[in-house]
Write a protein that binds this ligand. Structure first.
Ligand code: UDX
Ligand code: UDX
Ligand code: ADP
Length: 470
């Protein structure tokens, strides 16, 4: 019969594990939830008395405030967490491999494997182990093999796949009412029982009809993310055409979206998609296709990522072209550093690429983002230009405390993230403080270009031609 879960441990207190298990704790007061991580600074931040949590997500602080210390705990004692729990989520990072077979494409499963081996070593009672990271198919099988090869007598492991579909910035809303909950298991009685145990956890707040049948095809999440990213690359490819032909991408997208087969969502042209999932999942799909000897399929999906790289390149080139073909020594204010609004996450953020391009053109760059820490910005810029000493980078780049401060004495403002507050800046004051002619480049279709033109700005918007006549 299915086990009634009373203690959950989550290995990995990151963007997925943290919010997911905080919401489980909130919705299931009868279950004790402990989130563990090797990173002490991260755990300390989760435990901080003033709720200065390590990740920013609207609504997250309220969830943690209600549950922390009641039935939600954060700890660096990974072993204790494993030992006590009857259900363990594995939610560690799976970055793209940097070297070896499949470098640049395949997921690095080293962290998953290490966490799995730790479970095998430490567990003295039976566990349901749930794989939650974005990982390609067959990971659950590898985990099963490792756990079975190392288990002790009277200690059985049931492995489930439960991919997470939350989007950053709306993680809490997504977790409160998910479109779907997928749980995959072996089709043995034990596997079906384990699946039922996890379903009962979600049943505390998710209506049962959104629970899917056991999932066999583990690539569902890869496919979903690839289709979503493909929509953005398609609309971004059209944005280039709009700029060249004098159309307006927002109007085109709006019109296209009326077709119910296409739908209005996820059609916003931008300076390029980012985030920890899209690029990684597509590259995984490319790698998978190649391993299956399907080069045409691989090429098709690879093009989605290439279009995204092109979009970023194209945008920085447009900035240079518009500023009379040179930005050497010119000050450029970059507003937004996160990969999208309402998150402090910067992984694969288009802003990083833009700023690197501006740096290599020898511009001076001012950066402002309402949520990203200065330390994170320096780390990302250093990673983007590994050969440049940080001191040299710091000579070219200044991190500012407000948008207004960033724009002072600049030649151009570049909007890289669609933070709502950038809409409501005192643009008159910004204009007064800038060098003239003052340029604005909207990479997110965020601002009212006509309003800014009336103030005096020269405005360039993605997906619209450069001429001010249009
Ligand atoms: C994504 C998926 O949406 C989610 O279901 C999955 O679980 C994880 O990956 P996330 O990366 O957090 O979530 O954010 P998402 O909202 O999908 O945005 C990804 C990137 O695409 C961002 O850089 C965003 O700015 C960009 N984007 C999104 C666009 O440029 N245009 C759009 O219309 C939508
Ligand atoms: C299409 C557009 O749908 C229509 O809006 C436009 O005005 C003209 O072009 P049509 O070519 O008549 O219409 O048929 P459609 O239903 O779009 O199908 C086109 C092809 O795609 C068909 O061969 C159809 O079998 C195929 N198709 C469609 C699929 O293979 N899979 C699908 O999910 C949908
Ligand atoms: P994601 O976006 O998938 O949640 P993150 O990088 O934000 O990825 O979070 C993953 C977390 O997992 C990190 O905080 C990392 O320290 C933690 N982690 C990785 N390996 C282990 C491990 N073996 N034991 C405990 N925590 C781990």
């Amino acid at each position: 019969a299915p086990l009634k879960v009373t203690k959950i441990c989550c290995i990995g207190a990151g963007y997925v594990g943290g919010p997911t298990c905080a919401v489980i704790a909130l919705k299931c007061p009868h279950i004790q939830v402990t989130i563990v991580d090797l990173n002490k600074a991260r755990i300390d931040a989760w435990n901080s008395p003033d709720f200065a949590l390590p990740i920013y997500e609207p609504g997250l602080v309220e969830v943690v405030r209600q549950a922390r210390g009641r039935n939600l705990f954060f700890s660096t004692d990974v072993d204790k967490g494993i030992e006590e729990a009857d259900l363990i989520f594995v939610s560690v990072n799976t970055p793209t491999k940097k070297s070896g077979v499949g470098a640049g494409f395949a997921a690095d499963l080293n962290y998953v494997e290490l966490a799995t081996r730790r479970i095998a070593t430490v567990a003295t009672s039976s566990k349901i182990v749930v794989e939650k990271s974005t990982v390609p198919c067959r990971t659950a099988e590898s985990m099963r093999t490792i756990l079975e090869a190392n288990s002790r007598p009277n200690c059985r492991f049931d492995i489930l796949s439960n991919p997470e579909f939350l989007a950053e910035g709306t993680a809490i809303a997504d977790l409160f009412s998910p479109d779907r909950v997928l749980i995959g298991s072996l089709q043995t009685q034990e596997g079906i029982d384990a699946c039922e145990s996890l379903k009962q956890v979600y049943a505390n707040w998710v209506p049962p009809h959104s629970h899917c049948r056991p999932l066999v095809f583990r690539a569902v999440q890869l496919a979903a993310n690839a289709m979503l990213a493909q929509r953005i690359s398609s609309v971004n490819a059209l944005s280039a055409l709009c700029e060249a032909t004098g159309a307006n991408i927002d109007e085109v997208a709006h019109a296209i979206g009326y077709d119910s087969r296409i739908g209005p969502k996820f059609l916003k042209a931008s300076v390029g998609f980012g985030g920890s999932c899209f690029q990684k999942d597509i590259l995984n799909l490319v790698y998978l296709s190649e391993s299956c000897h399907l080069p045409e399929v691989a090429a098709y999906w690879r093009q989605v990522v290439e279009m995204n790289e092109y979009q970023k390149r194209r945008f920085s080139k447009r900035v240079v072209d518009t500023l009379f073909n040179t930005i050497t020594g010119k000050r450029i204010a970059v507003l937004g550093f996160a990969f999208k609004a309402d998150t402090g996450d910067t992984r694969e953020s288009a802003a990083i690429t833009l700023i690197r391009d501006f740096q290599s053109e020898k511009a001076l760059v001012n950066i402002y983002d309402p949520q990203v820490s200065h330390e994170q910005i320096w780390t990302d810029l250093q990673e983007a230009s590994p050969l440049a000493p940080l001191n040299t980078i710091k000579k070219q780049v200044t991190i500012c405390k407000s948008a207004i401060e960033a724009c002072k004495d600049a030649e151009a403002v570049v909007i890289a993230t669609e933070w709502k507050e950038f809409k409501d800046i005192d643009w008159e004051a910004v204009y007064a403080s800038m060098n003239k002619p003052a340029f604005v480049f909207d990479g997110r279709l965020l601002i009212d270009a006509d309003k800014l033109r009336k103030i005096g700005f020269t405005v360039t918007t993605i997906g619209r031609p450069s001429s001010t006549l249009v």
